[in-house]
Ligand binder design. Structure first.
Ligand SMILES: [Zn+2]
Ligand SMILES: [Zn+2]
Length: 120
C-alpha cells in the first residue's frame, strides 16, 4: 500500500476515520488508532470516545437487567409475606404477588440467557 499523500512512500497503516493508507510522516498516533489529517484526528477522537461510551453503557445495562427481575421477585414475595403475616388472604394481592414472582423469574432467566450469548 502507498501513502495517500506521498505516492513515493509506503503506507505504514490506515487512518481509522477515512481508511486511507498513510506513511509515518502523515500519521498521528492517538493510542487507540491512527489518523491522517487534522480533521480526521478530531473524528477518530470522537469515534474512540463514542465506542468507549457505548461499552460503558452496555456494561451498566447488563447489570441493570439483573436488578429489575430481582426487584419484581422481592416485591412479589413481600406481598405474599404480608398476606401470610396478617393471616388474611387477599386473593387479588396473592395473584398479583405470584405474577410478580413469575415475571421476575422469567426476566431473570431471559437476562441470564442473553448474558451467556454476550460472552460467546
Ligand atoms: Zn483520515
Ligand atoms: Zn505520507
Amino acid at each position: 500500500m502507498i501513502c495517500y499523500n506521498h505516492p513515493d512512500q509506503q503506507a505504514c497503516g490506515t487512518c481509522k476515520n477515512c481508511s486511507k493508507g498513510i506513511c509515518k510522516n502523515c500519521t498521528t498516533d492517538l493510542g487507540d488508532g491512527i489518523a491522517c489529517t487534522a480533521s480526521c484526528v478530531e473524528d477518530v477522537r470522537k469515534l474512540n470516545s463514542l465506542i468507549y461510551r457505548n461499552l460503558k453503557v452496555s456494561d451498566t445495562t447488563s447489570k441493570r437487567v439483573f436488578i429489575m427481575p430481582i426487584f419484581y421477585m422481592f416485591i412479589g414475595s413481600l406481598l405474599l409475606g404480608i398476606n401470610l403475616y396478617l393471616k388474611k388472604v387477599d386473593t387479588f394481592v396473592v395473584i398479583f404477588g405470584v405474577i410478580l414472582i413469575l415475571f421476575g423469574a422469567y426476566s431473570l432467566y431471559t437476562a441470564v440467557q442473553l448474558n451467556k450469548d454476550d460472552r460467546i
